[in-house]
Design a protein around this ligand. Structure first.
Ligand SMILES: Cc1cc2nc3c(=O)[nH]c(=O)nc-3n(C[C@H](O)[C@H](O)[C@H](O)COP(=O)(O)OP(=O)(O)OC[C@H]3O[C@@H](n4cnc5c(N)ncnc54)[C@H](O)[C@@H]3O)c2cc1C
Length: 376
């Protein structure tokens, strides 16, 4: 049976960031990706926002990884010429009742180390965003946007330069604990199955991360590791109206998501979304229905009143890998070496929803430290 040092399951931005940090030092590192290329799931179906770190509870991994990750990301963008822009963002309070929410977001952001936030009044908001309607807003000048595809290309190059290998069209079916490692079972696109021995397994499988965890022998219900796929759909604003906003425009967040926002992209377009709907993992579809127009238009027009219903049209969708099920409290990322559960060498990443793209490099670094403790 073939023997390798590290198996990474999944070539989204997280698997690639992890690979770029753990490869090298003479280790044999293989990334397994079930699709025909990297980054075809959540990592290419998101808002491409570099978040500042405002929303997440103090001391959470989300807060820590987001704030550290955005700095690492900006350095990498400069060094590797990855297209990005610090366009800034406003979180808009529509009326007096929403002011306490804005104030608590400001306190939370400051606690997390985001030191450039300020609350601006209606007049200042109008100067920044003449077409946006609001009573006041939280202004985050350092929030930005990034070309996530280019980021993943750069991470993949870094990993392969350090001699990591990537295998496309190979699905990992499961991993079984044996002495000093794991027997990993996989299947290629022709349906051929094979097994190999891996000293470590790093689970970056997005919405399938709980299935991989269960296969290793961890009871995902008991561990609180069930992943609830949650679809986020986008509409696009037509080109003539895209210039109505200059920066990211958000409402105050709701219990499940950051709220449907208007996001400029690097090509000069603007998207509205994402909404948030829990979906069945066996029926994942990325379609966005025309019938949603009313919902998107109503929310977008509250922020930008001069938008008209025919100015928007259905665009893409992505699926969040949430540990927070319907009606549950907000959950943090899980990034754990599962040795205490009896699975040394198995590193588990679950619930890597937003701000996972922003946090990706910090997560890679964090996992790199865990791996160094096991492989020395
Ligand atoms: C709608 C939406 C908007 C978002 N907006 C933002 C944002 O603006 N800013 C931000 O920072 N974050 C954002 N995020 C979060 C961010 O996109 C994710 O945190 C990040 O992409 C997660 O990366 P990942 O590698 O864990 O997952 P994925 O990109 O889903 O990658 C997982 C990979 O694992 C592969 N895989 C799964 N099972 C197997 C298997 N058994 N064998 C082999 N391969 C397997 C999949 O094919 C996939 O390629 C958003 C997410 C969504 C859905």
């Amino acid at each position: 049976m073939d023997t390798i040092d590290i198996t990474i399951i999944g070539a989204g931005v997280i698997g690639l960031a992890v690979a770029s940090c753990v490869a090298g030092k003479g280790r044999s590192v293989f990334i397994f990706e079930k699709n025909g290329s990297f980054g075809q799931e959540a990592s290419s179906r998101n808002s491409e926002v570099i978040h500042a770190g405002i929303y997440y509870p103090a001391h959470s991994l989300k807060a820590k990884m987001c704030v550290e990750g955005k700095h690492l990301l900006c350095e990498l963008c400069e060094a590797a010429h990855i297209p990005h822009k610090r366009i800034g963002k406003v979180i808009v309070a529509r009326d007096v009742a929403e002011i306490p929410l804005i104030e608590s977001l400001m306190r939370r952001g400051k606690n997390n180390g985001v030191d450039d936030l300020c609350i601006i009044d209606k007049r200042a908001l109008n100067r920044l965003e003449p077409h946006v309607c609001g009573f006041c807003a939280l202004h985050s000048p350092s929030t930005g946007i990034i070309d996530s595809h280019r980021l993943m290309q750069v991470l993949l190059s870094k990993a392969t330069e350090r001699e990591a290998d990537i295998l496309y069209g190979v699905e990992v079916l499961g991993a079984e604990k044996v002495h000093a490692g794991y027997v990993v079972r996989s299947r290629n696109m022709q349906g051929d199955e094979s097994s190999f021995f891996s000293r470590m397994v790093i689970n970056c499988a997005g919405i399938n991360a709980d299935t991989i965890t269960q296969s290793v022998g961890i009871n995902v219900q008991q561990a609180g590791y069930v992943v609830y796929p949650c679809k986020g759909e986008y509409f696009r604003v037509n080109a003539e109206k895209a210039s109505l906003i200059n920066r990211l425009v958000y409402p105050v967040p709701d219990a499940v998501s950051l709220g449907m926002h208007l996001t400029p992209d690097l090509a000069g377009g603007v998207r509205i979304g994402p909404n948030a709907t829990y979906v069945d993992r066996n029926h994942i579809m990325y379609d966005v229905g025309e019938q949603q127009r009313k919902e998107f238009f109503t929310l977008a027009q509250r922020l930008v009143p001069s938008l008209e219903e025919e100015d928007i049209f259905p665009d893409t969708a992505g699926i969040r890998a949430k540990l927070q099920g319907p009606g549950d409290e907000i959950r943090d990322f899980v990034i754990a070496h599962e040795d205490k559960k009896g699975f040394p060498g198995f590193i588990n990443l679950l619930g890597i929803e937003s701000p996972g793209l922003t946090a990706s490099l910090a997560i890679g670094k964090y996992v790199g430290t865990m791996v160094n403790e096991v492989l020395h």
